[in-house]
Design a protein around this ligand. Structure first.
Ligand code: AMP
Length: 574
């Protein structure tokens, strides 16, 4: 990560391009950009190992545009980018258009399955950059509608994919048609032998850059449960909402790539009823301090941040780190998730990955030496079941709290008309309706297939196998039995409340009602003196008012839970 703190301006980019990326909300170069841009600006050939999602498009597009800006006008293309698929051709052309708008660079995507004549006419009118799939590019070249004589910058993107798809001869023919005086850069997620042979034939002393070196030691991982959900971009917000409602995090840090994305997501989550705060490099120190205070005081559940902004903050209580956008390198992944699971407590790292980022996932697995489990986004049925769990916990707690006499009389009255089970079920339904957030689970979140042939070992993974039972057992939080709406709950703890660690959890069969009952019975404190209860597999955390904390600890040490004496102390982070 040596380069990770370089700014765009340090890389040698022009003022115009630097301003362009700042305006897009990019706060700093990604690792592949920090390494590749200075080398490309210096002029030599390059082999860059990077997958989609690492920011590789800007890594080659920005230097290419800068080179073109210094050249005299010509109708013939100066930049030539070859990509494996029509979809990628459109994406890369769109990126070039966005990055090159200020300098008025024109770009054309040329791919099979679209009108040849239309493309030929556009080429004839003149463009600065052509982004093409190999087969169609070769057709145009042979018919004279694509002229490569003036090309100075050549990029092969996803070069390994192109060879896998059988385009080697086409690529060699295209590379043979560009002038001698040009620069060629290959970008690829892997460099298999046949690709190296093509590189050896066409590239001159290429420099090599990579963000996932083979010989690195695996990164050190904290004790963190890691979950990946594969979702398309358009469904990410809805997926995040469902995941949050399932997990009910105590305090979550959500990472986005750009400032603009941070602002958009925090608005979107706020309008869905979450207490979300935005944190990015565009805020003043005072504004940042205010966000952090709100998180510490538990007046916010989510902080949505860029990496740059998150780097400058120190939050202790993170139960969850959520990669709304995947990090741009395996190292950054390790860095981000290291913010949870501290001080021996289990944390949760959740990533929402897009299908096209599967190879970045593979390189994260490779770097961390772990297999990342793909899970299906919680279904509406999962969320309903979760809500029922919460209703049951709530009822348990109230039953243990006593003071039921007036209600028992009401039940007797109702029993004149209804069966007892009907009364109980109706009361639960009323409670569930009341606890239900103003959610919108109606949006369909379609399944996306698993990681396909580049799976990095093991089966596909993404397919649903019937909801909750496939979820891992360990789930942090979610057992707050105090709020009226456990999902997107109002959190009143904070100032004046202290967390007590109790060394027994779900694996010993501990439920919130057990802890609540034990504390109230053993201390004689009022029920209101027990705050949020969180239960994980191996331990539980209970919030109590600071003035009662010693009494609670003494009483709980003297008592047995499920027949055992357990460790009870102030939570280190409380
Ligand atoms: P790519 O790997 O080129 O497909 O890029 C993945 C995504 O990252 C694209 O949506 C880019 O807009 C975005 N991106 C590229 N560079 C940066 C950066 N330096 N900071 C934030 N986002 C970036």
């Amino acid at each position: 990560m040596a380069d990770s703190n370089r700014s765009f301006a340090d890389l040698g980019l022009s003022e115009t391009l630097t301003r362009t990326v700042m305006d897009l909300g990019y706060e700093e170069p990604t690792p592949i950009q920090a390494q590749a841009i200075p080398l490309l600006l210096a002029g030599g050939d390059l082999l860059g190992r990077a997958a989609t999602g690492t920011g590789k498009t800007a890594a080659f597009a920005l230097p290419l545009l800068q080179r073109l800006a210094g050249l005299p006008a010509d109708r013939r293309p100066r930049g030539f980018i070859v990509v494996p698929t029509r979809e990628l051709a459109m994406q890369v052309a769109q990126a070039i258009h966005t990055y090159g708008k200020q300098q008025g660079a024109s770009v054309l995507a040329v791919y099979g399955g679209a009108s040849f004549g239309h493309q030929a006419r556009a080429l004839k009118r003149g463009v600065d950059v052509v982004v093409a799939t190999p087969g169609r590019a070769l057709d145009h070249l042979r018919r004279g509608t694509l002229v490569l004589d003036a090309v100075v910058e050549v990029v092969l993107d996803e070069a390994d994919e192109m060879l896998d798809m059988g385009f080697q001869e086409d690529i060699e023919a295209l590379l043979s048609a560009v002038p001698e005086q040009r620069r060629i850069a290959f970008f690829s997620a892997t460099f298999p032998r046949h690709l190296r042979r093509v590189a050896a034939r066409f590239l001159k002393d290429p420099q090599q850059v990579e963000i996932d070196p083979d010989d690195d030691e695996p990164g050190e991982l904290p004790r963190v449960r890691q979950v990946i959900y594969l979702v398309r971009r358009a469904h990410k917000e809805a997926a995040l909402a469902r995941v949050l409602d399932m997990e009910t995090p105590d305090a979550a840090l959500v990472f986005c790539r750009t400032r603009i994305a941070v602002d958009q997501l925090s608005d979107a989550m706020a309008s869905r009823g979450y207490r979300a705060e935005a944190l990015h490099g565009g805020l003043s120190q005072q504004q940042r301090d205010r966000v952090m205070d709100r998180l510490r005081e538990k007046a916010a559940d989510l902080v949505i941040a860029t990496d740059v902004a998150a780097r400058g903050i120190d939050i202790e209580h993170l139960s969850h780190v959520i990669n709304f956008d995947l990090p741009t390198s395996p190292d950054q992944y390790i860095h981000r998730i290291g913010r949870t699971g501290r001080a021996g407590r289990e944390g949760v790292a959740i990533s929402l990955a897009e299908p096209r980022e599967r190879r970045l996932l593979n390189s994260i697995e490779h770097r961390t030496g772990t297999r990342l489990e793909l899970q299906a986004v919680p279904s509406v049925a999962d969320l309903r079941e979760r809500r029922l769990d919460q209703v049951r916990d709530r009822v348990n707690k109230v039953a243990l709290g006593g003071d039921l006499a007036p209600f028992q009389r009401a039940v007797e009255k109702l029993m004149e008309q209804l069966e007892i089970s009907e009364i109980a079920a109706a009361a639960l339904k009323a409670l569930a309706d009341e606890m239900s957030p103003d959610d919108d689970y109606s949006q369909e979140i379609p399944e996306v297939a698993g990681r396909g042939p580049h799976n990095g070992g093991g089966g596909g993974g993404g397919a649903r196998q019937g909801g909750r039972h496939e979820r891992q057992q360990t789930r942090w939080g979610g057992q707050d039995t105090r709020g009226d709406r456990p999902q997107r709950r109002p959190r009143s703890a904070g100032a004046g409340w202290t967390k007590v660690y109790i060394g027994a959890g779900r694996l010993l069969g501990i439920r919130p009602g057990d802890l609540f009952g034990a504390i109230v019975n053993e201390t004689g404190l009022p029920r209101g003196a027990v705050g949020a209860i969180q239960i994980t597999d191996r331990f539980s955390i209970v919030e109590v008012p600071e003035e009662h904390v010693d009494r609670v600890i003494a009483a709980m040490r003297a008592t047995k839970l499920r027949g055992r004496r357990v460790d009870v102390r102030r939570d280190r982070e409380g």
